[in-house]
Design a binder for this molecule. Structure first.
Ligand SMILES: *[C@@H]1O[C@H](CO)[C@@H](O)[C@H](O)[C@H]1NC(C)=O
Ligand SMILES: *[C@@H]1O[C@H](CO)[C@@H](O)[C@H](O)[C@H]1NC(C)=O
Ligand SMILES: *[C@@H]1O[C@H](CO)[C@@H](O)[C@H](O)[C@H]1NC(C)=O
Ligand SMILES: *[C@@H]1O[C@H](CO)[C@@H](O)[C@H](O)[C@H]1NC(C)=O
Ligand SMILES: *[C@@H]1O[C@H](CO)[C@@H](O)[C@H](O)[C@H]1NC(C)=O
Length: 284
């Protein structure tokens, strides 16, 4: 992988799940590099890991919707009324130019309900012109913007573009025949029903992805990790993650209430996503 990355930039762009895949990639690679031959620096939305002897970087750029939104601050992004600005991909895209391998994702942040608020005009406007769209239509609009941007700004002979499909969550144990009140907490084995598919991975959004990519003239490689990850109710960070504020006695008494059933432990499942990425990079 390092030889492939020599004199190149690889960039992951998207939300915290893509950040997890970025961290997995860095973890897989960095152990063979001596301490003084590597660095990791974060500046705002961009984190850059450098392998000095290879003149190679692996980067992560925070853009949970790919388009400009009111959740773009890499640290303070928990806003309650999410708003995405139509046609605004250049704001982030300007930071992606010249990259050799791009790995994009976007999904979870759109999933606030059946409708989504889209801003026409700009965030600076006093009277904001907001339209409400069906979530799939808003998502399709973003995917098309992303593809148009890639086609306009990337050279298919130079840049490989990947897109990672939605990452499943395991919030409702009842969906796999578990406890009514349960989630991924205290789950220690996989779901063994080969057809299992959780309700959080909307099939109509998956259809949008398929449809948009089929029509794309720029070759995009889909990393379809959804089905294989959906079995791994046991692989989430659950209660074993850094807590940003101390847990209350009520939470401690009921670990289900604070288990994180979205993100994944590392080492773990996301290393497999990267093995898939690796395979597709070498055997397109
Ligand atoms: C290092 O890589 C960049 C591309 O990421 C390239 O433009 C530059 O020429 C490389 N430097 C050397 C010394 O090869
Ligand atoms: C961080 O990024 C900003 C804008 O992208 C740039 O102006 C600044 O010089 C960077 N800071 C460092 C320490 O690299
Ligand atoms: C990519 O390479 C092929 C074969 O070398 C060439 O025909 C084509 O014009 C190139 N495409 C671009 C966009 O440069
Ligand atoms: C975890 O699940 C097992 C059965 O799968 C159960 O016996 C045990 O009590 C559970 N532990 C906690 C702390 O909920
Ligand atoms: C991704 O894989 C799932 C399960 O195999 C399949 O149902 C879905 O259609 C695939 N998505 C695309 C866009 O090909």
């Amino acid at each position: 992988m390092l030889e492939t990355l020599r004199d190149k930039r690889m960039m992951f762009v998207g939300d915290s799940l893509n950040r997890g895949q970025f961290v997995s990639m860095v973890c897989l690679i960095h152990r063979i590099i001596p301490d003084d031959r590597k660095s990791m620096i974060t500046n705002g939305s961009l984190t850059v890991f450098t392998a000095k002897d290879y003149n190679a970087t692996i980067e992560f750029y925070w853009a949970p919707f790919l388009l400009e939104s009111n959740s773009d601050d890499a640290i303070v992004h928990r806003v309650s009324d999410r708003l995405v600005r139509k046609g605004s991909i250049n704001k982030h895209g300007n930071h992606w130019k010249g990259v050799d391998i791009m790995v994009l994702n976007t999904y979870l942040w759109w999933m606030t309900g059946l409708r989504f608020n889209i801003l026409q005009g700009t965030f600076a406007d006093k009277d904001k012109d907001v339209v409400v769209m069906r979530t799939e239509d808003a998502y399709r609009m973003a995917m098309k913007s992303m593809l148009r941007w890639v086609k306009k700004n990337m050279d298919p002979n130079k840049t490989r573009v990947f897109f990672t499909s939605m990452s499943p969550t395991h919030e409702k144990a009842i969906e796999w025949g578990g406890d009514k009140k349960g989630n991924c907490y205290n789950q220690t084995d996989m779901i063994d029903d080969g057809n299992y598919w959780g309700s959080d991975c909307r099939k109509n959004v998956m259809s949008v992805i398929g449809e948009v990519f089929r029509k794309s003239r720029y070759p995009i490689t889909l990393l379809n990790i959804t089905q294989m990850s959906s079995y791994r109710k046991d692989a989430h960070t659950s209660i074993y993650k850094k807590q940003w504020s101390p847990l209350t006695p009520e939470q401690l008494a009921d670990p289900v209430s604070y288990a994180d059933c979205t993100h994944w432990c590392l080492p773990g499942l996301q290393d497999t996503w990267n093995e898939l990425l690796f395979a597709k990079l070498f055997y397109p």
